[in-house]
Design a protein around this ligand. Structure first.
Ligand SMILES: *[C@@H]1O[C@H](CO)[C@@H](O)[C@H](O)[C@H]1NC(C)=O
Ligand SMILES: *[C@@H]1O[C@H](CO)[C@@H](O)[C@H](O)[C@H]1NC(C)=O
Ligand SMILES: *[C@@H]1O[C@H](CO)[C@@H](O)[C@H](O)[C@H]1NC(C)=O
Ligand SMILES: *[C@@H]1O[C@H](CO)[C@@H](O)[C@H](O)[C@H]1NC(C)=O
Ligand SMILES: *[C@@H]1O[C@H](CO)[C@@H](O)[C@H](O)[C@H]1NC(C)=O
Ligand SMILES: *[C@@H]1O[C@H](CO)[C@@H](O)[C@H](O)[C@H]1NC(C)=O
Ligand SMILES: *[C@@H]1O[C@H](CO)[C@@H](O)[C@H](O)[C@H]1NC(C)=O
Ligand SMILES: *[C@@H]1O[C@H](CO)[C@@H](O)[C@H](O)[C@H]1NC(C)=O
Ligand SMILES: *[C@@H]1O[C@H](CO)[C@@H](O)[C@H](O)[C@H]1NC(C)=O
Ligand SMILES: *[C@@H]1O[C@H](CO)[C@@H](O)[C@H](O)[C@H]1NC(C)=O
Ligand SMILES: *[C@@H]1O[C@H](CO)[C@@H](O)[C@H](O)[C@H]1NC(C)=O
Ligand SMILES: *[C@@H]1O[C@H](CO)[C@@H](O)[C@H](O)[C@H]1NC(C)=O
Length: 547
């Protein structure tokens, strides 16, 4: 079939059929289709936590590797791992250190990660434990007021290039969030007048020094295919430095910036008024947060040209490592799907979800600590759903459209339509292949979301019916339905994707089919439309491709 399928997204609250015939086809000319890069579902791992996540040669972290494999099987590429974050700019190399990393926590600066760090040669062993994974190594630019900063750069460039080699290196990074260097709440590392020219001069000097070391230590890693950077890795769109101005000042004068990498958090863990429903399970807010990056990138493209792609090099729900009860909940997994797919729909090529040991928003906890047991966390299930929706991006690259539910139902009496739900369509060769529906109306399975199983929520869970016009498909055509399921948005365990659990305690993160969850569900195209019922706090994929 060569027809182009028009998707009409009509969300309706009751179990009615198509709400009206007046809704516009959503694949009209004004619909933007974003094309995700292969490896769209990727991660960023806090520099100081990398040995916990990956292990070392004698003790590889197999659990982490299993979780990465699950995503690789779905999308055709194991996630790209960026090793970086605040602690990359604290890490000082000590060639005599016999352990991988010596971190000292100063709770005033951060209770969650060390702010004084030495790494030794064995730190780099962690790059050797996961087969078929490509990495970005983040070099220390901030320096943490340590006079060994420059030596660290030269020494780690040699050891990193030798360890990673061409097969394991994706791209380098020099400096994390330099737009905060002069204003960091953890203590500034540059003067208050540090500007784009200063940053660019420093970045060029540092990257040229790295290149000089590579020329000596790893001369086979200097071609345009093997040498390059993610940059500028700013924390946001409105801090002390302006990204477009760094281009104007010559950031890419050497032609080495491979992706425009930016960071995003929806809000902060301790920011006033943050709630699951209002801050995360809120499509309006997610859109606004991403659209700020779309605007910024338009300015950069005007200087850099159209060839450059934007990626989210570090992102997650709430900065300061997430808020307990929010960032680790099933509701945050639903937010993660909406965030990732909205990014995909506006052309952001790849999204690296950030995590570290004991971080509340982490997709998984790699080892058991005094604070958190090893385990697959709720956000990981959101990663899986995104990967399943995108499919194998190597074999069947997709284009993603955001289906504007609010626009398709302009007269909806329920103000939550298109705010507490969202939908996306995936096209392969212009043919509708899958639809994702995310119903983000919070539903607590325990009374008031306390997590206390002795007080279940007495209010029954509501179900909404979503109807999509799928012109071009014949009536009777079967569509496979896969669900991301949990008892409620407050759930932090008991989550399944299409009946599969990826939990640590079952098979170390490999998929295990649970018998108590229904799978194999199908719906049929009827009167040119397909209809699916979605309980509050659930995500569903309709798959037109698997019959
Ligand atoms: C919607 O369109 C179909 C086919 O064009 C038509 O049969 C049906 O009567 C229309 N329904 C409404 C409510 O206008
Ligand atoms: C490492 O140890 C050697 C031998 O003890 C010593 O000479 C050298 O100064 C040490 N280097 C550093 C960076 O501490
Ligand atoms: C490898 O990891 C294990 C477990 O964390 C640790 O005991 C061992 O010291 C590490 N080896 C090196 C060379 O750091
Ligand atoms: C780790 O660093 C602390 C100071 O931050 C120091 O007291 C301790 O000796 C170091 N440990 C090792 C093994 O170097
Ligand atoms: C911890 O950090 C604070 C704030 O930067 C600083 O004032 C204090 O001296 C540090 N404490 C130690 C033990 O280094
Ligand atoms: C940065 O500040 C210096 C003076 O310290 C000035 O010469 C330069 O033009 C400034 N650059 C930008 C981009 O404002
Ligand atoms: C490598 O990239 C640079 C900058 O974009 C360009 O000038 C150069 O021609 C490229 N080299 C090759 C061999 O393609
Ligand atoms: C959703 O976010 C928008 C934008 O931040 C805000 O105006 C609105 O009040 C939020 N909705 C809810 C239900 O909190
Ligand atoms: C929405 O309501 C307005 C005003 O009542 C009406 O003109 C319009 O046709 C309606 N649109 C739809 C899609 O029903
Ligand atoms: C739930 O919240 C209501 C209203 O705030 C309160 O009256 C009730 O005691 C709470 N119940 C539990 C079990 O926390
Ligand atoms: C659901 O639980 C959260 C805490 O997880 C609580 O803040 C919220 O008020 C609860 N909602 C309802 C409707 O009880
Ligand atoms: C299925 O069983 C698992 C493991 O026993 C449990 O965590 C989950 O809540 C159950 N799911 C349903 C839908 O009952």
């Amino acid at each position: 079939m060569a027809a182009i399928f028009c998707v009409l997204a009509l969300s309706s609250l009751a179990t009615a059929k198509i709400a009206s015939n007046t809704s516009r086809p959503l694949l009209a000319a004004d619909i933007i289709l974003g094309q995700p890069l292969e490896g769209f579902v990727s991660f960023s791992i806090e520099f100081s936590s990398f040995p916990d996540f990956a292990g070392n040669r004698s003790n590889p972290n197999k659990f982490s590797n299993n979780l990465l494999n699950n995503l690789g099987y779905l999308t055709g590429t194991k996630p790209y791992i960026r090793v970086g974050g605040n602690t990359q700019d604290f890490a000082i190399y000590n060639p005599n250190l016999t352990i991988a990393l010596n971190g000292t926590v100063n709770a005033t600066r951060s209770p969650d990660y060390p702010t004084t760090i030495e790494i030794g040669p064995s730190y780099f062993e962690s790059y050797l434990t996961w087969p078929n994974v490509k990495f970005t190594h983040g070099f220390n630019m901030g320096g943490n007021h340590d006079n060994r900063q420059w030596d660290t750069l030269l020494q780690t460039a040699a050891i990193a290039c030798k360890t990673l080699g061409r097969d394991r290196l994706h791209w380098w990074e020099y400096g994390n969030e330099p737009d905060l260097f002069s204003i960091s709440s953890q203590g500034p590392v540059r003067p208050s007048n540090y500007n784009e020219s200063d940053y660019v001069a420093e970045w060029l000097a540092g990257t040229r020094a790295i290149k000089g070391v590579i020329a000596e230590s790893c001369p086979d890693m200097l071609s345009n295919e093997t040498y390059g950077y993610l940059a500028p890795s700013f924390a946001g769109v409105a801090n002390a430095l302006n990204a477009a101005r760094t281009w104007a000042e010559g950031l890419d004068e050497d032609g080495t910036v491979r992706y425009f990498s930016t960071h995003n958090y929806i809000s902060g863990a301790t920011s006033p008024g943050v709630t699951l429903q209002g801050t995360l399970m809120n499509h309006t807010r997610t859109r606004a947060s991403v659209e700020a990056h779309v605007s910024e990138f338009a300015e950069i493209s005007a200087v850099a040209g159209q060839g450059l792609r934007q990626i989210m090099g570090e992102t997650n729900s709430l900065y300061n490592q997430g808020k307990p009860g929010l960032s680790n909940s099933f509701g945050a997994a639903l937010w993660g799907i909406d965030f990732n797919l909205y990014c995909a729909s506006v052309g952001i090529g790849r999204v690296h979800m950030h995590m570290g040991t004991n971080y509340r928003y982490a997709s998984w906890q790699p080892i058991t600590t005094g604070l958190t047991v090893a385990g697959t966390k709720a956000p990981y299930y959101g990663n899986i759903a995104v990967a399943a929706f995108l499919g194998n991006l190597r074999i069947e690259p997709v284009q993603i459209a955001h289906l504007d539910l609010a626009a398709s139902e302009p007269n909806a009496t329920d103000a939550d339509v298109g705010v507490r739900d969202s939908a996306y369509a995936a096209y392969v060769d212009n043919m509708l292949t899958r639809i994702m529906v995310i119903n983000m109306r919070a539903y607590n399975y325990t009374l008031n979301g306390t997590g206390d199983l002795d007080t279940p929520n007495p209010v029954p869970r509501k179900t909404r019916t979503y109807t999509f016009g799928v012109e071009g498909f014949q009536d009777g055509r079967e569509v496979v339905v896969r669900r991301l399921y949990a008892n409620g948005s407050d759930a932090i365990t008991g989550i399944t994707w299409d009946g599969l659990s990826y939990n640590y305690e079952l098979d170390l993160g490999k998929p295990v089919r649970l018998r108590n969850v229904t799978t194999g569900e199908k719906v049929e195209v009827k009167d040119g439309a397909v209809e699916v019922a979605v309980p509050d706090s659930q995500a569903v994929v309709l798959d037109f491709d698997t019959i």
